[in-house]
Design a protein around this ligand. Structure first.
Ligand code: FES
Length: 142
């Protein structure tokens, strides 16, 4: 009886040891695979996610019909506004106030950009309506 219990304990220890050996081998493979993926990501060139030009990143706005005349559309990712003028033209205006750089919201009811910091205002073309802003909003290529 005593021998049988001892054999059973040895068998349990052996299977536990075997389990842990397999677990260590598996974890070793996982660590190795992770190491290879990190080294590969470091060494291989990244795909360019944003198209660029000589003037900076290119943001695709979509079809012209999407923008009604005399409207302003915010492009949060590009950090600019796209103004569609009454004559059908477009202006890409910076969202930064030219006074001290606050972000300016477009107030559609009043049809102007109103800086919340020191109350400068700009029209749909980015021209200063109300100082202290010293100049018009910066314009990007469209
Ligand atoms: S930062 Fe806009 S008015 Fe001062």
């Amino acid at each position: 009886m005593h021998e049988k219990v001892e054999n059973q304990q040895n068998s349990t220890k052996a299977s536990r040891r075997s389990f842990f050996n397999k677990l260590w081998i598996f974890l070793g493979f996982v660590a190795f695979a992770e190491f290879i993926s990190v080294v590969g990501a470091f060494l291989l060139p990244q795909k360019k996610r944003i198209k660029t030009s000589n003037f900076g990143p290119i943001i695709e706005a979509g079809p012209v019909e999407k923008f009604p005349l005399d409207s302003v559309t915010a492009f949060i990712r590009g950090k600019f506004y796209l103004s569609r003028l009454e004559d059908g033209g477009f202006l890409a205006l910076s969202r930064k106030c030219t006074h001290l750089g606050c972000t300016i919201p477009w107030i559609s009811k009043e049809k102007n950009f109103a800086c919340p910091c020191h109350s400068s205002a700009f029209d749909i073309r980015g021209e200063v309506i109300s100082p202290p802003a010293p100049r018009a909003l910066d314009i990007y290529h469209v």
